[in-house]
Write a new protein. Structure first.
Length: 89
């Protein structure tokens, strides 16, 4: 997986193999199990986000996730990053 100029991810052949191994390891079942979980995993979620220092292809920090749970988790991560610093100098 690599990033494009606009910051979005580009999935390469190696990422697809890693993703498939993680999904098979977790039995294609979502490991996040949030509200509205669809149970069937189709994505791999980084427990430690890459932007927070997580290794891109480390299967030990990846888990199977359904699309809804993975998107919900990404939204929560984005909101935490948007916290503004205090104006106290």
């Amino acid at each position: 997986m690599s990033t494009r100029k606009d910051g979005s991810w580009r999935y390469d052949g190696y990422w697809r193999k890693v993703r498939r191994r993680v999904l098979e390891r977790d039995g294609y079942l979502c490991q996040i199990k949030g509200p509205k979980c669809t149970v069937k995993a189709t994505q791999a979620d980084h427990v430690i986000p890459v932007l927070a220092g997580g290794a891109l292809y480390d299967e030990e920090i990846l888990r199977a996730a359904c699309g809804h749970c993975n998107r919900s988790r990404e939204d929560q991560t984005r909101k935490r990053r948007q916290v503004r610093p205090s104006r106290e100098w």
